[in-house]
Design a protein around this ligand. Structure first.
Ligand SMILES: [Zn+2]
Length: 261
């Protein structure tokens, strides 16, 4: 009996700190591929309501690339083509996104950058220290002396490839002295076929009224929080339009154009 109890206790202890459990809060969840989005796979894969089961922080877009997604503190925001921001309804659908349950493994204050490239270099120096082959979700909160963001008009079927759509339907907004949070995702180099390697930045203002995909910015005295993520999960749509696409095609140049790198 005692042996049995010991075994139960041991199993309990092992389960209490099992591999899966430890990583549960430390998992990056991805909806489809950036490469499928690039090729015009704009129909939703999961709903906003479902997405929230996989993370409280992240970035993405909506059905028909109808706005840029910023997920912060469990709220899914949509930065629309006209510069306005709304809370996305739970039944809206999502063709591409990355979310995680954010816990700050690293915190730093006094972050200053005069461009998005400088901010990325600052973030990269931390990534090099903690492991360039991990995933990272970062939040940079503070004053942005200037920021250039974009969103885009909703696309209707037949869907055009994303870089064609953005040529006419991208809208850019510059804001000065605006407080807010940059939500940034880092994917390691080996993710180049599924997403884009390096940093991808979205922004939402403190009053949650402005936001979008970051093309450039200045940060003054920002507070940086960084979540190191060691597990990756992905869901893909099972439908004809997705299954006929050649997704091993090298789309690096097109992606750089769309990302504004
Ligand atoms: Zn974006």
């Amino acid at each position: 009996m005692r042996k049995f109890l010991c075994a139960v206790l041991l199993i309990g202890l092992l389960c209490g700190c099992s591999y899966g459990d430890t990583l549960k809060s430390d998992r990056l969840f991805q909806v489809a591929l950036l490469q499928s989005l690039m090729q015009g796979e704009y129909d939703g894969v999961v709903t906003v309501g479902e997405l929230k089961n996989y993370g409280d922080t992240g970035i993405g877009t909506f059905k028909g690339v109808n706005g840029e997604m910023i997920v912060l503190d469990g709220v899914v925001y949509r930065a629309l083509w006209d510069g306005s921001v709304e809370v996305a309804p739970d039944d809206e659908t999502v063709p591409f996104s990355n979310v995680t349950f954010f816990d700050a493994d690293i915190k730093a204050g006094n972050v200053n950058a005069s461009s998005s490239n400088e901010l990325k270099s600052i973030l990269n120096s931390i990534v090099r220290k903690h492991g360039r082959n991990q995933f990272y979700m970062a939040k940079v909160t503070g004053l942005m002396p200037s920021i250039l963001v974009r969103s885009e008009l909703e696309q209707k079927e037949p869907y055009k490839p994303l870089n064609d759509a953005l040529k006419t339907d991208q809208r850019e907004f510059t804001y000065s002295d605006i407080k807010g949070t940059v939500v940034a995702l880092y994917c390691p180099d080996y993710m180049d076929g599924l997403n884009t390697a390096g940093w991808h930045l979205h922004f939402i203002s403190e009053d949650r009224q402005k936001g979008g995909h970051v093309l450039d910015l200045k940060v003054q005295d920002g507070v940086l929080e960084l979540d190191i993520i060691s597990e990756f999960a992905m869901v893909v749509p099972n439908r004809e339009s997705f299954n006929v696409k050649s997704l091993a095609t090298d789309m690096k140049k097109d992606i750089e154009e769309v990302e504004g790198k």
